[in-house]
Design a protein around this ligand. Structure first.
Ligand code: G6Q
Length: 559
């Protein structure tokens, strides 16, 4: 779907964009110090608090005019209509001709969402109910392995969208998970990943979930075959596959061909993108870990954000605000990256998950109509949990030459309280660091302040902090399945907002195809008995020769 007004030649020609450019020229040199000094209530006003999240954007380099102009740009880009189009099930993933309905995965049974005239909500709930029944059987010990032992280990095999969400959710919700069961994830075609995942496990107690939307993905099928060989070899019977393998896929034929009974397959649909699928049956491992009730709580958290996104006015809309601030930082402040810094150890895989969500969605260089953009699109997302990052890369964020907008995420309560030496508990220490980092980035330390501390003159430039570095702080009471769902949906919809402004298809991923195609040619050349005639560039040819030699020398014991 292209922009509704065909007279709009492109984003940068919109009067609303140009108004922002002029505004930036005026506000550019403005300092957060000045903005806060001019408005003592800024830190309480530039906040949105809703559905369990407190989002402070007062330390972003914006004023009331910036926010108004950003909203005007959103309206000019038909954001409200595009939001409705997504929720209505329009085929907004135009390059693949698909609807984009991850919101249907968490819609209550009373809702109706039509795709090609078919209500998909009952289908979603039918699969959820089957997942719940299966999870209950495994968790209660009613589902037994081939030799009659109960399942204690679950290994989810998948990659990309069929892996990163489940891994992140398991890590995030570990505190709510069955501690007497082991959950592991295998994604890489590097055989080490599989070998390390199973090395200390008893096959008689191990269930594999093969997660692949297409059931054609090289890495996942290679690992699934390795798993079947390992399991069958240990259990001594092909028939054991029925008790130790289940599949999550849209491809029933592929699942049957692999040898998994389709009665043990949990489906999903082509209107769920891989990176938006962790709340579909791709999240079966999450449900096995935290139980069906916990999973439904997580879905309710997603749904709360969906409702907020659909109905809250633009100026109080969390994903709209986050998305528009991302556009402002990316296109006007020229910030190429965003650091996501959860001060919560359980969210250690959240940045990795967001990397796919944001970069596979918005790493595009052409508009929906195929025109090359003349502005930057998706920024690079990265991050690590605090406080660890403070002792490594924060140096660059504080004193480097680049602007790195930061998202700080923290909670009022830890799930693992421990007393700290010298007052408070360790959680207070953690949160003191989160709050202090945002303050230091925004306000820095002037040369005068550094001198006043008695710093020798030669060191003054080294010890001053220019400040004016933007950040957003997101707080919630406690990391629960519900709030995790809300937080993920916040980023999902923020990505959508950015994609609408940049006029790109946030839901395709053609960029991952070329490497896959070339690897098919290369593998044939690597495994050929004699070196084939190589017709690549000189570097690729040399690398193929050198790898063949290294491998052959290693095998023959020469290396
Ligand atoms: C996500 C991408 C991609 C996909 C994987 C796995 O949006 O499409 O990361 O999830 O390539 O694909 P399968 O689930 O089909 O194995």
């Amino acid at each position: 779907m292209s922009r509704p007004d065909p007279t709009q030649a492109g984003l940068t020609t919109l009067p609303q964009w140009q108004a922002l450019q002029q505004h930036f020229a005026a506000i550019g040199p403005l300092q957060l110090r000045e903005l806060f000094a001019a408005d003592p209530q800024r830190g309480e006003r530039l906040v949105i608090e809703d559905i369990g999240l407190y989002l402070d954007y007062s330390k972003q380099r914006v004023d009331a005019d910036t926010l108004r102009l950003l909203r005007e740009l959103a309206v000019a880009c038909a954001l409200p209509q595009r939001i409705e189009a997504m929720f209505r099930g329009d085929k907004i993933n135009s390059t693949e001709g698909r609807a984009v309905l991850h919101v249907a995965l968490r819609a209550p049974a009373t809702e109706k969402i039509l795709v090609d005239g078919h209500d998909v909500v009952p289908d979603v709930h039918e699969v959820l109910d089957r997942m719940a029944a299966f999870s209950e059987r495994v968790r209660s010990g009613a589902w037994l392995g081939h030799t009659g032992k109960r399942i204690r280990n679950v290994i989810s095999i998948g990659i990309g969208g069929s892996d990163l969400g489940p891994v992140m959710a398991y890590e995030a919700l570990r505190d709510y998970s069955r501690r007497d069961m082991t959950f592991r994830f295998v994604s890489n075609v590097d055989s080490t990943d599989f070998a390390e995942a199973v090395r200390d496990l008893d096959a008689a107690e191990t269930l594999f979930i093969v997660c692949s939307k297409t059931f054609t993905t090289l890495e996942t099928l290679s690992n699934a075959h390795a798993a079947r060989a390992w399991s069958v070899a240990a259990l001594g019977d092909e028939k054991s596959v029925a008790k130790h393998f289940v599949a999550v896929s849209t491809n029933a034929d592929g699942v049957a061909k692999f040898g998994i009974d389709t009665a043990n397959m949990f489906g999903f649909w082509d209107w769920v993108g891989g990176r938006y699928s962790m709340d579909s049956s791709i999240g079966l491992s999450t449900m096995l870990a935290i139980g069906a009730d916990g999973f439904r709580e997580m879905l309710a958290g997603f749904h709360a954000m969906d409702e907020h996104f659909r109905h809250a006015p633009l100026e109080k809309n969390l994903p709209v605000l986050m998305g528009m601030l991302a556009v402002w930082n990316n296109n006007f402040l020229d910030a190429a990256t965003v650091a996501v810094l959860p001060y919560e150890q359980y969210l250690k895989r959240f940045p990795a998950y967001l990397q796919q969500l944001t970069m596979e969605s918005n790493g595009k260089h052409v508009t929906l109509d195929g025109a090359t953009v003349d502005y930057n699109t998706g920024p690079i997302y990265w991050g690590e949990p605090g406080t660890n990052g403070q002792h490594s890369f924060y140096q660059l964020i504080h004193q480097g030459t680049r602007i790195v907008p930061c998202d700080f995420i923290g909670f009022g309560q830890t799930l693992n309280p421990l007393p700290a030496q010298g007052g408070g508990d360790q959680h207070d220490l953690l949160m003191a660091n989160l709050i202090a980092q945002g303050e230091a980035l925004a306000f820095g330390k002037t040369a005068g302040e550094v001198r006043a501390e008695g710093t020798p003159e030669a060191l003054v430039p080294h010890r001053m902090f220019e400040g004016n570095r933007p950040s957003t702080t997101i707080l919630a009471a406690k990391l629960t399945p519900h709030i995790l769902g809300t937080l993920i949906a916040l980023y999902e919809h923020s990505v959508f907002v950015q994609g609408v402004i940049w006029d790109i298809d946030s839901f395709d991923q053609w960029g991952v195809e070329l490497g896959k195609q070339l690897a098919k040619t290369t593998i044939a050349e690597l495994v050929a008995a004699h070196e084939p005639k190589l017709a690549h560039d000189s570097s690729t040819n040399a690398l193929i020769r050198r790898y063949r030699q290294l491998r052959d020398d290693a095998i023959s014991g020469k290396a």
